[in-house]
Ligand binder design. Structure first.
Ligand SMILES: [Ca+2]
Ligand SMILES: [Ca+2]
Length: 206
């Protein structure tokens, strides 16, 4: 923020100086200031983290700046201590920080081997997952998973108890943070499509 303010100030000073010399040009005043490679939260797509025991569901983010998609950006998910402690982590899954890199379309794909739901609204401190792009914080999100009844210690598993929890919200399109697997702020068929294979295959991990 300090750097952006500094650049803006400097530009203002240059404009004032040139105006004082009588060469103040409308085009100079109207010159757009863009910062290539700086992610814009409003243009980027960062849904709640989707995780499942075994990691067979992809979690995808798209990082976009004012100049378009940002290639080769380092995207890091940082779980708060509170969230980290209530989720179920498969052995071998690094945490609380997980990193992936964007491609030319600005897309970074994670395959997170974990279970459990982390709703920031009900977590001590109010933060579940912070999303950093090239070390700059872009957004705070939560985590969702078909493994909603989670054991908190491996083995993590998707079983009948999880399916039972999902049945009513999916059947009645009743919104709940933990049941909205695709982060569209609704619970329905698209979430069922994501969850059903996890239930059918009883996904698990040690
Ligand atoms: Ca479970
Ligand atoms: Ca949904």
């Amino acid at each position: 923020m300090g750097l952006l303010y500094g650049v803006s100030q400097l530009r203002s000073r240059i404009v004032v100086s040139l105006c004082a010399l009588g060469v103040c040009a409308a085009s100079l005043l109207a010159a757009p200031v863009t910062y290539a490679g700086v992610p814009d939260p409003a243009l980027s797509t960062v849904p709640n983290v989707l995780a499942v025991p075994g990691g067979s569901l992809n979690y995808q983010v798209t990082i976009v700046g004012t100049s378009g998609p940002i290639d080769s950006a380092n995207v890091t998910l940082v779980y708060s201590a509170a969230a980290d402690s209530i989720l179920c982590w498969c052995t071998g899954q690094t945490h609380p920080s997980i990193t992936a890199t964007t491609n030319a379309s600005g897309v970074a794909v994670f395959s997170i081997k974990a279970g459990g739901c982390a709703n920031p609204a009900v977590i001590p401190g109010g933060i579940a997952v912070e999303v950093f792009v090239n070390s700059v914080k872009l957004k705070e999100v939560g985590q969702v998973s078909p493994d909603i009844v989670n054991t908190r210690v491996a083995p993590c598993n998707v079983s009948l108890s999880d399916a039972v929890q999902f049945t009513f919200p999916l059947a009645t399109a009743t919104y709940g943070f933990c049941f909205d697997l695709n982060s569209d702020l609704a619970v329905g068929l698209t979430d069922a499509v994501i969850a059903t294979p996890a239930f059918a295959n009883a996904l698990t991990c040690n």
